[in-house]
Design a binder for this molecule. Structure first.
Ligand code: GAP
Length: 462
């Protein structure tokens, strides 16, 4: 990351803390590595991202249903899925200071492309060929151990009364989609879905990430928005192309510029995938994965059929033939989308001798849609009128009332959190039943009657 980009990232992290978007977890106890909390504006932004994804994936479609499966599942799920054996990252240790590091990302920091899906042998070979080039970020030593696979599943003692975590481990889910596969038959039996159809789910996932850096990009607890689309094996290519287009356009619609998005095709496939592409975003630290689109083939349903003894094949009503559907997966992270939209929206604009920090977020995901100000806080008639308008608007949108400080400062506060519209009530408002409305991006102000307000905002915000 060059200095300018590092600077931008630092500014975004600082804004997130200062303005209540993201806080380090349990900060009063010095935090907890790689875990973060969403603050008052952060939870609004994250919810707006999730709601938009949910609407696009369920409400706007007639072939996708939703699900909310539990975080804990029978541990056999993780055996069948292959995660107990194959869900790992290459762990190396600095021989001098004993810092534990993830080798593939360390190599990448030195411009040496090492795909995270490479085998232990492949990555150690690349490491050997580049000996001396890669340094421990903690002490600068070039002496590091060979990488060993480190399993990422997080263990828990839920329901384990033997007290032996090694013998009877239970896992927090490492990906949300397993909850979809184990409910696939329930969904088929309880709804009218027919292939091709999808099941969508948003929920928490947990991974024992070795190195957690880059703020909320890689955390140990995070949320995924996953959709699994079940198709006839012969049809998967067509649907895969469709989903690639749909998902890429989702980010364009969010307001991300096409030049900041790109496709990355996986050369080395994870154990479940037949084909895999990532949508990458140009974060401050370079193009990195935002969402994965995988053709998982019949891997998951076959494995779960084998391990559970249940028949998870699909009976095609058109010809009475049975088959195991292929699965096309779209898997996005809430935290990464959050960081991408903030990175895209963050601006510092020079205005006369001042710099205004503004988040030019797409209004549809802005945490606060409208802020309402009385011009002066010590004039009860202005405050009463402003409150009346705030009470009217808050039924439609998440709004904020602010009577603190001069109007310029109030505008700046709203700019920093990305509020698209600010409304000011002055003495003329009392006479004419109108307000001044100010646009975040152009900073233009115009007067509009209170009667027109809701329709005006509806047109702008929806
Ligand atoms: N079910 C497939 C799956 O989980 P993945 O590529 O490992 O695939 C999918 O993860 C998405 O989940 C990623 O593109 C990313 O947005 C998000 N994600 C994965 N690990 C993450 C982590 N440690 N922190 C934040 N987001 C993560």
């Amino acid at each position: 990351m060059d200095n300018k980009e590092q600077n931008k990232m630092d500014k975004i992290i600082s804004l997130c803390k200062r303005r209540g978007f993201v806080f380090p977890s349990s900060e009063i106890y010095d935090g907890f590595a790689a875990v973060y909390d969403f603050g008052p504006y952060g939870v609004e932004l994250a919810n707006n991202i999730k709601n938009l994804w949910w609407k696009n994936m369920t409400q706007f479609r007639d072939d996708i249903v939703g699900l909310d499966s539990a975080i804990f599942m029978n541990p056999k799920v993780w055996e069948a899925s292959g995660h107990i054996k194959g869900f790992s990252d290459p762990l190396t240790e600095c021989k001098k200071c004993h810092t534990r590091l993830r080798l593939d990302t360390l190599l990448e920091d030195y411009g040496i492309r090492a795909d995270e899906k490479m085998s232990e042998e492949e990555i150690n070979k690349i490491f050997k060929n580049n000996k001396g080039k890669v340094k421990c970020p903690n002490c600068g030593s070039t002496e590091m151990s060979e990488a060993k696979n480190f399993n990422l599943l997080v263990k828990s003692n839920l329901g384990n009364f033997t007290g032996d975590m090694e013998k009877d481990p239970v896992y927090l889910r490492g990906e949300t989609c397993q909850g979809i596969y184990v409910n696939y038959k329930n969904v088929l039996d309880s709804t009218r879905v027919k292939i091709p159809f999808g099941i969508a789910q948003i929920g928490k996932a947990f991974r024992n990430e070795i190195t957690a850096r880059q703020f909320i990009f890689r955390t140990r607890e995070f949320e995924q928005m996953e959709m699994q689309y079940f198709v006839k094996p012969d049809d998967f290519k067509k649907y895969y192309e469709d989903w690639k287009n749909i998902r890429f356009n989702f980010y364009l619609d969010l307001g991300i510029k096409a030049e900041n998005l790109k496709w990355h095709r996986h050369e080395n496939l994870v154990f479940y995938a037949k084909e895999a592409y990532d949508i990458e975003y140009n974060f401050s630290f370079g193009f990195k994965e935002l969402e994965g689109l995988h053709v998982r083939g019949d891997y998951d349903l076959t494995q779960h059929s084998k391990f559970s003894g249940q028949d998870l094949s699909y009976l095609d009503p058109s010809d009475n033939k049975k088959f195991i559907p292929y699965i096309i997966e779209t898997s996005a992270g809430v935290g990464r989308t959050f960081l991408a939209v903030l990175t895209e929206a963050f601006r510092e604009e020079k205005i006369d001798d001042d710099v205004r920090v503004v988040l030019k977020l797409n209004p549809i995901i802005a945490p606060i849609k409208v802020a309402v100000f009385p011009l002066l806080k010590n004039k009860p008639e202005l405050v009463a009128k402003a409150k009346e308008i705030f009470d009217m608007l808050k039924k439609e949108w998440r709004c904020e009332f602010d009577d603190n400080g001069n109007i310029g400062k109030r505008y700046r506060r709203q700019d920093e959190i990305g509020t698209p519209y600010c409304i000011t009530i002055d003495f003329d408002s009392l006479e004419n039943n109108d307000v001044t409305i100010r646009d975040r991006d152009t900073m233009e102000q115009k007067r509009i009657t209170v009667d027109e307000l809701i329709n005006y905002l509806k047109n702008k915000l929806q």
